[in-house]
Design a protein around this ligand. Structure first.
Ligand code: SAM
Length: 252
C-alpha cells in the first residue's frame, strides 16, 4: 500500500550529492593517472569524502521523501479530534498526524499555487496528488482536502482541536508568518494545540547544503517562541530533529 506513496520532493534533495561524488571520483582517478599535485589531490579527496557523507546524511537522515514522525507524543494525547494541516503539500504532514493519531480527522489545506509548484512540479494537480497519497495510505476517509491560504483561513473561530504546520509556515515572509500564526490561534479551540515544525539552523543542513534551504533565514527558537506568544499561544514544549525545530504550543 505505502509503496504507491510519492511525496514528490525533487530527486536532487535526496540524490544530488551522488552526482558530485561521481564527478569528484572521476577527477580523483584522472588525477592519480596524470600525477596531479598533492594539494589538488587532497582537495579532490576532500570533496569526494564530503559528497559521500552528505549523501548519507540527506538520504537517510533528512529523508525528505520518507514518512515524517510525530516529534512529540504530547501532541493530542486524547488521540482524537479535528486537526488542520496548514500547508499540507503532498500529504507528508497529514499522514504524520493520521498515522500517529488514527482517531483524528484532518483537513489538509494548501494554497496549491506557486510555492507548491516550486516544490513538487506542475505535472499533476496538487489536490490529485495529495488525494492519491491519502488513498495509498488508506486514510482518505479520515481526511479532506481544502484549497486555501493559511494567512486567511476559511474556517470559523474555535473549529479545531489541533493545528499542525510542517516546513510550510517558514516559506512565508515575516508579516505572513505573524498573520498565519494569528489565524492558527483563531481557529483553535481553547485548550487546542499547535504543532509547528520548521527548517532550523542545524549543522547537518550547513554541512550538506551550505546556504541552500534557508527558509525564513532559519530564525532561532527564541524568535519563533516570541511570534507564537504574540499570537496568543503558550509554548509547552520545544525540541529539535535533524534539520528541524519543533514547537508545541497551546491556546489558553
Ligand atoms: C515544503 S512544502 C511542505 C509540505 C508538507 N507540509 C511537508 O511537510 O512535506 C510547503 C507547502 O506550503 C504551501 N504553502 C505555501 N504558502 C502557503 C499559504 N500561504 N497557504 C497555504 N499553503 C501554503 C506550499 O504550497 C507547499 O505545499
Amino acid at each position: 500500500m505505502s509503496s504507491q506513496i510519492n511525496f514528490g520532493y525533487p530527486w536532487w534533495l535526496s540524490y544530488g550529492h551522488l552526482v558530485v561524488l561521481a564527478i569528484a571520483l572521476l577527477f580523483w582517478l584522472l588525477g592519480r593517472r596524470r600525477k596531479w599535485s598533492r594539494v589538488l589531490m587532497l582537495l579532490i579527496g576532500a570533496v569526494t569524502l564530503w559528497s559521500a557523507a552528505a549523501f548519507f546524511v540527506t538520504r537517510f537522515g533528512l529523508d525528505v521523501n520518507g514518512r515524517l514522525a510525530l516529534p512529540t507524543q504530547a501532541f493530542l494525547t486524547s488521540g482524537a479530534g479535528r486537526v488542520l494541516d496548514m500547508g499540507a503539500g503532498t500529504g507528508r504532514s497529514t499522514l504524520m498526524v493520521l498515522e500517529a493519531r488514527p482517531q483524528t480527522t484532518v483537513v489538509a489545506l494548501d494554497l496549491f499555487a506557486e510555492s507548491y509548484k516550486q516544490h513538487f512540479g506542475a505535472e499533476q494537480s496538487g489536490q490529485e496528488r495529495l488525494l492519491s497519497n491519502l488513498k495509498a495510505a488508506g486514510v482518505e476517509q479520515h481526511a479532506s482536502i481544502q484549497a486555501g491560504d493559511m494567512r486567511k483561513l476559511p474556517f470559523e473561530p474555535a473549529t479545531f482541536d489541533g493545528v499542525v504546520s510542517t516546513y510550510a509556515i517558514d516559506h512565508l515572509d515575516r508579516e505572513g508568518i505573524n498573520t498565519a500564526l494569528g489565524e492558527a490561534a483563531r481557529v483553535l479551540k481553547p485548550g487546542g494545540q499547535f504543532l509547528m515544525m520548521v527548517i532550523t539552523k542545524d549543522s547537518w543542513l550547513k554541512f550538506t547544503f551550505g546556504p541552500l534551504l534557508l527558509h525564513s533565514g532559519t530564525a532561532s527558537a527564541a524568535w519563533w517562541t516570541s511570534r507564537l506568544q504574540e499570537a496568543g499561544l503558550q509554548v509547552i514544549e520545544q525540541g529539535t530533529r535533524p534539520a528541524t525545530l519543533y514547537i508545541l504550543a497551546r491556546k489558553p
